[in-house]
Write a protein that binds this ligand. Sequence first.
Ligand code: FSO
Ligand code: SF4
Length: 518
Amino acid sequence: MFCFQCEQTAGGKGCTKVGVCGKQPEVANSQDALTCALIGLARAAQGKSAGKKADELVRQGLFTTVTNVCFDSERVQALIDQIHAEKNKLNAAAADFVPGELWTGDIDIVSLRTTLLLGMRGMAAYAEHAAVLGKENPEVTAWFYKGLQALGEEHTADEWLGLLIEFGKTNLACMALLDEANTSAYDQPKPTKVSLKVEKGPFIVVTGHDLLDLKQLLEQTEGKGVNIYTHGEMLPAHGYPELNKYPHLKGNFGTAWQNQQKEFDNIPAPVLFTTNCLMVPKSSYSDRVFTTSVVGFPGVQHIPGSNHIKDFSILINKAVELGGWQEDKEFTGINGGKEVMTGFACGTVMSVAGTVIDAVKAGAIKHFFLVGGCDGAKPGRNYYTDFVRKAPQDTVILTLACGKYRFNDLNIGEIGGLPRIMDMGQCNDAYSAIQVAVALAEAFKCEVNELPLTLVLSWYEQKAVCILLTLLALGIKNIYIGPSLPAFLSPNVLNILVEKFNLHPISTPENDLQTILQ
Ligand code: FSO
Ligand code: SF4
């Protein structure tokens, strides 16, 4: 096996014996075969309309290979078989790519090709979340085929760079599509306080990013005395009026994905994984874990769907059987806070644009930071907590994705009636952050790069790759990235990014704050 797609890759170089994430060689190899089958499908679709089934397989096939999604080679093989069947309908003579050639060749070309592949894996997740809500964008769909075909071809470094920028722009369209899908289904998010207390009685914990799964579960548990708690990337669900309206959507349990083995160990409730990040479930709780959609783990119960309609009875029955706690249980965030806030999407922030602009002009707000991205287990990630703690009082912190659990329960005060920490949502809500930046630039009649705004990103898996490529495609410079640099960026490719975009590896919060604010 060879895999170097995520931040925790072995030795900062690549997993070759077994994944640090727990992915077995057999699964890694079948995921490579899946990727190569998708390239074959894209070749077969050249000059044709591939059809709805093929489009779905492209999204789901790429999404399946994202870190911490699928550990089950049988599920991967079932996808490969379906992809081959679709390919044969289009053009049986089209050949799959050769798995061994995915990761070999000139180091810079491998780096550029891999960056494109990983970005596409991330975008596939967003496209799939939009598709289950009935939203597809032909431009985005077509780009998956274009990108897959390109992965199977030879290109010069300049051509690959061009493809990466074009992809980044397409991913912006994909995030816009998902934003449209979410807000048309669940309304515009509103600032919402979320309790960290778990009430007595049966409950279910829902994690991952798929809001439609949560919605269906809320409907199916209505009036049944089973409460629902979000976890990880599901927290922003509380901000959406059409989800928040259910009184049994009670609060949030736990923190970011890397703490799940500790957090799920002793709870008298089942957990539903709608997407990543699934860790190898410990035997003490694996019978309480349920997966759905593209998530899978051998031996863990999977809830299938038909046209995205799901029957969660087995999960609800498990919650009733386990019964929950006898008494209410108080929990706190990582810094001891008893509640967190979410729901500060673009609409909310811009509805107070006047206040924000006045505060900037009067010097009450000196700088905006977007401290966002994934969390992970490495100690270096304390950088982000320290950064937020040390950011001066006249700065505002926008945040998104699961990295925020390191500081989202901190009370660091308000500026002009706005909390200094504003959670914009899941990683895909980077779209909202981009909209805020664009609107501020318009208000101040300047370029985004001239705003008093710095992006301080933490990365872990491939959705972060597609977001980074979008930011670069938009010409956003001076991004800080950590906790370590991607293993798949070769020294030359990294140099290009540093020179062209002033990409900075993080150093220490003190140093970086000083450089940014000087
Ligand atoms: Fe986190 Fe996992 Fe949103 Fe990622 S739960 S790490 S970027 O999947 O998706 O932030
Ligand atoms: Fe290793 Fe990350 Fe790949 Fe898992 S996903 S095998 S940890 S590089």
